[in-house]
Design a protein around this ligand. Structure first.
Ligand code: SF4
Length: 246
């Protein structure tokens, strides 16, 4: 990782150390040292918090939504309704190319025998292409989500890309999310009330039982825990590493 990026990120973490989520986001979006920033959102179970914050601070901020073409119909409807309600002005719908899907997953069954390859095809490659014009991206990851997210900081250097990741909600817990949503009367993803506290693609997401980890329904029955939209040294990262997301 280039030293200047490491120094830059260390300086940003130092500068914003005592700030809250809103201040971090507000100042980061206006910080010329960081450069061009996009919010990457799954329009999932907790996404409305960051989407709302961005809509209040600067609704012209590019919002990148990855449509893997395997999402729940409810997610697609929620995405459209929420973008309209928050009057987001620059929503990008990111999809894999026709050629790539035809070549690698013509029958739409790749997720059954090689979910990593499916995530690469449908999420990682399209997202990395969309992010190529940006200097930084905002994620909704939080420390409470466990694994190496427990050490999450507001700013991270993304290995192999030269970009910065911004995690304004790093210190938020489930109650903070619930309170924010209630206080601002924001609509939740309709599947949350049906037992889905974490929502990804339809074939790879199940309901979660009481007492289970909120992410237990993601790739249930496999050792896969992350979608792999993050890179270290230019390679896709598996597992809940510090550079993971959404
Ligand atoms: Fe494919 Fe499942 Fe990954 Fe979605 S979550 S891209 S369906 S493997």
């Amino acid at each position: 990782m280039p030293l200047d990026l490491t120094h830059k990120v260390a300086g940003l973490n130092d500068r914003y150390r005592h700030h809250g989520a809103t201040a971090v986001l507000e100042r980061a979006l206006g910080d010329t040292e960081i450069g061009k920033i996009a919010l990457v959102s799954s329009f999932g179970a907790e996404s409305v918090v960051l989407l709302h914050l961005v809509s209040v601070i600067d609704r012209k901020t590019p919002v990148l939504f990855i449509d893997t073409e395997m999402l729940f119909a409810e997610t697609l409807v929620y995405q459209q309704e929420l973008a309209e309600r928050l009057r987001l002005e620059d929503v990008w719908i990111i999809r894999p190319t026709r050629e790539a899907v035809f070549r690698d997953d013509n029958e739409g069954l790749l997720h059954l025998h090689d979910p990593d390859a499916c995530c690469t095809l449908r999420k990682t490659v399209p997202l990395q292409q969309a992010l190529s014009g940006f200097d930084a991206w905002i994620t909704g990851r939080k420390r409470y989500q466990g694994g190496k997210r427990e050490a999450l900081q507001f700013f991270e250097a993304e290995d192999g890309t030269g970009r910065i990741k911004i995690n304004p909600l790093a210190h938020w817990g489930t109650e903070d999310v619930k309170d924010y949503i209630a206080e601002n009367r924001l609509p939740r993803h309709p599947l949350v009330s049906k037992g889905y506290p974490s929502i990804g693609c339809a074939p790879c997401t199940t309901r979660v039982n009481d007492g289970e980890d909120p992410r237990a329904g993601r790739w249930r029955g496999s050792d896969k825990t992350e979608c792999g939209i993050h890179f270290v040294d230019g390679k896709i990262v598996r597992g809940p590493v510090t550079t993971d997301a959404a």
